[in-house]
Design a binder for this molecule. Structure first.
Ligand SMILES: C[S@@+](CC[C@H](N)C(=O)[O-])C[C@H]1O[C@@H](n2cnc3c(N)ncnc32)[C@H](O)[C@@H]1O
Length: 138
């Protein structure tokens, strides 16, 4: 991902960005606080969502923006693809071929955001069952 990002920046003549790998619970804090934190396809992979949200909140400047996209439990009429993934996932996890996945209800995720110091300013379910949220640190 770092290589792709570096190539894209170079190709577009962008020179005011730095890319690095870091653990959100570890060494990122020493580079912050940040204007924006993005967690794209991440929150559902973390075993301790409250700790993750607290950590992200701590990384942001006051009024900073948090943008996330999180796979959630689909409502009624889950797609065949999603049902297949859900059925096969435990087997893959058993053999160490898939990570931990926390399929939350959308409301559960929204509530977790608001109870960890964020105000949701925009949200949408696209593509379902992914929840996009733009939130401000309050
Ligand atoms: C499903 S991938 C999504 C990658 C990319 N954000 C995207 O949307 O294509 C999940 C990513 O989260 C990263 N990740 C998992 N736990 C993390 C943590 N504690 N801090 C930072 N990144 C983490 C993994 O290394 C992996 O790159």
């Amino acid at each position: 991902m770092i290589e792709i990002a570096t190539d894209k920046a170079r190709d577009q003549g962008v020179s005011n960005v730095t890319f690095l790998t870091a653990d959100q619970f570890g060494d990122t804090a020493e580079h912050g606080p940040y204007d924006v934190v993005l967690a794209l396809n991440l929150l559902h992979l973390l075993e301790d969502l409250p700790a993750a949200l607290q950590s992200i909140n701590g990384l942001l400047k006051p009024g900073g923006t948090f943008i996330s996209k999180t796979v959630c439990k689909p409502g009624k009429g889950a797609s065949f693809k999603f049902r297949m993934i859900k059925a096969v996932l435990p087997i893959m996890q058993f053999f160490g071929k898939a990570p931990y996945v926390n399929f939350m209800e959308i409301k559960e995720l929204d509530d977790a955001m608001t109870s960890h110091g964020f105000k949701i300013i925009e949200a949408g379910d696209h593509p379902s069952p992914s929840r996009y949220i733009v939130a401000k640190k309050v």
